[in-house]
Design a protein around this ligand. Sequence first.
Ligand SMILES: [Zn+2]
Length: 292
Amino acid sequence: MQIKYFVVSFIMAMSLSINAQAQMPVSPGPDSPDSLVPVEPFHIIGNIYYIGTTAQSTSYLITSPEGHIVIDSMFEKSVPTMLEHVKKLGFKPSDIKYILTVHAHSDHVGGHALLQEETGAKILVMAEDASIVETGGKADSAVETPWTPAKVDKQLKDGEQVTLGGTTLTAHLTPGHTQGCTTWTTVAEEEGKKYNVVFMCGVRIDGPSLLSDKDYPDVATDLAGSYKVLESLPVDVYLGGHGYWFNLSEKIKRMKAGEGYKAFIDPEGYRRAINGWQNDFIDKLIKEAMAK
Ligand SMILES: [Zn+2]
C-alpha cells in the first residue's frame, strides 16, 4: 500500500486545511510556572465558577437553583481542596448532583469516586470512556498509573444533554485523546447577554503513532473528525481540560486587573488552539508516512 498516497488522500478526504503559508499557529503549551501555583476559586461567567486547584488542574462548577454540576474531579488528592473551593464560593457540596467528565485520565476522573462519596452526585461518562472510569484506568492499556474506580451512573452518547435547574450542557464526542473524549458546551448569561461556552476536551496527539497504534487503530480518523466538530462549535468563552490551553493564568490576571468576565471571551484563542493541534497532527501524519 502506498502509504504516502493514502495520507495525502486522507487529508483531502477529511478536508483538513494545511495553513503552511499562513502564519502557522503553534499548539498551546504550558503557559508558565504559574500553572502549578494554587488558584483561589473564582466566578468565570454567568453560573460558571472555577474550582480547580491550579491553572493546570482544572475543575468547573455550574450552579443552578436545583443543584449543581461539576466538570472533572481532578486527582483524588485534589477533591478536599475542590470542595473547600465550592464552600468558599458560597455553595454546598451536597447540592452537587452531577459529575461530568472531559476524558478518562487520572487528572480528570481520579477524584470521581471520592467526590461521589462526599456528595452523592451521579457520575455521567461518555460510553466509550465508561469502562476506563469503572476500572480506574485498567481498561486502557495506555494508562500507566491507575486510580480509584468509580461507578458510572449513566453512559452518555454523542449529542446527549444534561439539564438541571434551567441549565443545559451538551456532550460532543471529540475522540482521539481518548475514545470517549467529550467536549461540553452550554450558554451562560451575563449582564443580559448570552455567551456560548465550551469546555474543550483536548485533541493533542499523545499516542506513539497515528498510523499504527495497535490499541487505537482509528486514532487518525477520530482526531481528524474531532477537529471538524470543534471547528463547527459556536464559541465565545473558551475553557478546557487544562488551563494552559487557554492561558488561564494570564486571563486571571486580566480579570483581576479590571476586565472581569470579559477576560474569558476568546473565540480567537479557541480557533488558534484547534489549528495548532491540527497542524501538529498533519505534520506527524506526513512524517509517519514518509518514514514508511
Ligand atoms: Zn488526558
